[in-house]
Design a protein around this ligand. Structure first.
Ligand SMILES: Nc1ncnc2c1ncn2[C@@H]1O[C@H](COP(=O)(O)OP(=O)(O)OP(=O)(O)O)[C@@H](O)[C@H]1O
Length: 266
C-alpha cells in the first residue's frame, strides 16, 4: 500500500525561482526510500513540502498525498493532525526540535500525553521507556536535564524519541547524522535502522552521502538542481550508476570510504 505519493511537486520562491521541479516519488508502507543529492539539490525543501512546513513566501504545487491527506493547500489545522501521527521528522540539528528552556523529559511527555492520555507516574514511566528505547543510559538523569546539558549525540536521540512518541507511520530523517561526531554517526544509523524495522515504519531518509543512505534504505532517488535524475535499488545505483551525476556521488562515497579505511589502518 502506498503511504506517501508525491506527484509533480514543484516548489517556487516568491520571485518565481523554481527550487524543486516536477518531482514525483512514492513510499510504500514499511518501505525505506533514500533521497540523495549534493547540498542545494532540493532535498530539504522536498521534505518540508511533504510536511507542509515550507518557509514563508515559498509555494508548492502538484500533489503530496500522505496517508490519504492532500498536503498541498491543506489548512494548518489539517496539517497539525497529520504531523506526528502520519509523519514525523528528525532534522540534522536536534536543537531545532528541542526547546532550550524545557527539561528533556517534559518535551517527550507532551506528545506522549497527547497520544496516550497517560498522566502522573504512568506518564513518567512512559517517558523513561521512550528514552530507554533510543538507548540513552541513565534515562532519569537525561529526563531532568535541559538540552544544553547533554551531548549532541544524546540530543539527537531525544529528538528521535520525540519523533517516535506518536508512533508515526512515516519517519522523515533529514541528514540526522551529519552534525554528529563520526564516532557516534554509525551508532545513530544503527539505532534508526533497528527502531524502524521493529515498528515496520516507512522511512524517507535524506542525505548527501550515498554510503549513509545505503546503510538504511533499499531504494534511492537521486536529486540534482531540484529534479529527480535517477532512481533505483541502492545496490544497483552503487554498482551500475547510469547518470554522470550518480557516478560522481558513488565515486566520492568510495573515496571517503577508502580514506576512512586508510585512517583506521594507521
Ligand atoms: N528559505 C529559502 N529561501 C530561498 N532559497 C532557499 C531557501 N531554502 C533553500 N533555498 C534554496 O533552495 C535550493 C534547495 O535547497 P535545499 O535546502 O532543499 O537543498 P538540500 O539538497 O537539502 O541541501 P542541504 O543539504 O545543503 O540543505 C538551494 O539552492 C537553496 O539555496
Amino acid at each position: 500500500m502506498t503511504l506517501l505519493d508525491v506527484r509533480g511537486l514543484t516548489v517556487r520562491t516568491a520571485d518565481g525561482r523554481t527550487l524543486v521541479d516536477d518531482l514525483s516519488l512514492t513510499v510504500d508502507s514499511g518501505e525505506r526510500l533514500g533521497l540523495i543529492g549534493e547540498s542545494g539539490s532540493g532535498k530539504s525543501l522536498t521534505t518540508l513540502a511533504i510536511l507542509g512546513l515550507l518557509p514563508d513566501g515559498m509555494t508548492a504545487t502538484g500533489s503530496v498525498d500522505l496517508a490519504g491527506t492532500q498536503i498541498v493547500g491543506a489548512t494548518e489545522k489539517r496539517l497539525a493532525a497529520v504531523r506526528g501521527r502520519d509523519a514525523a521528522v528528525v532534522f540534522q540539528e536536534p536543537l531545532t526540535a528541542l526547546d532550550p528552556l524545557m527539561r528533556v523529559g517534559r518535551q517527550i511527555a507532551e506528545p506522549l500525553a497527547r497520544r496516550t492520555c497517560l498522566k502522573g507516574a504512568a506518564l513518567r514511566e512512559a517517558v523513561r521507556g521512550a528514552l530507554t528505547q533510543v538507548r540513552l543510559p541513565e534515562p532519569e538523569r537525561i529526563a531532568r536535564a535541559f538540552p544544553h546539558e547533554i551531548s549532541g549525540g544524546q540530543r539527537q536521540r531525544v529528538a528521535l524519541a520525540m519523533a517516535l512518541a506518536c508512533a508515526p507511520r512515516l519517519l522523515i530523517a533529514d541528514e540526522p547524522t551529519t552534525a554528529l561526531d563520526v564516532s557516534v554517526q554509525a551508532e545513530m544509523l544503527d539505532l534508526i535502522d533497528s527502531l524502524v524495522r521493529e515498528r515496520k515504519m516507512s522511512v524517507l531518509f535524506v542525505s548527501h552521502d550515498l554510503a549513509v543512505v545505503a546503510r538504511v534504505t533499499d531504494r534511492a532517488l537521486v536529486m540534482k538542481d531540484g529534479r529527480a535524475v535517477e532512481e533505483g535499488a541502492v545496490h544497483d545505483l552503487v554498482r551500475l550508476p547510469r547518470e554522470e551525476y550518480t557516478k560522481a556521488l558513488v565515486a566520492s562515497a568510495r573515496r571517503l570510504e577508502s580514506a576512512l579505511d586508510l585512517r583506521s589502518a594507521r
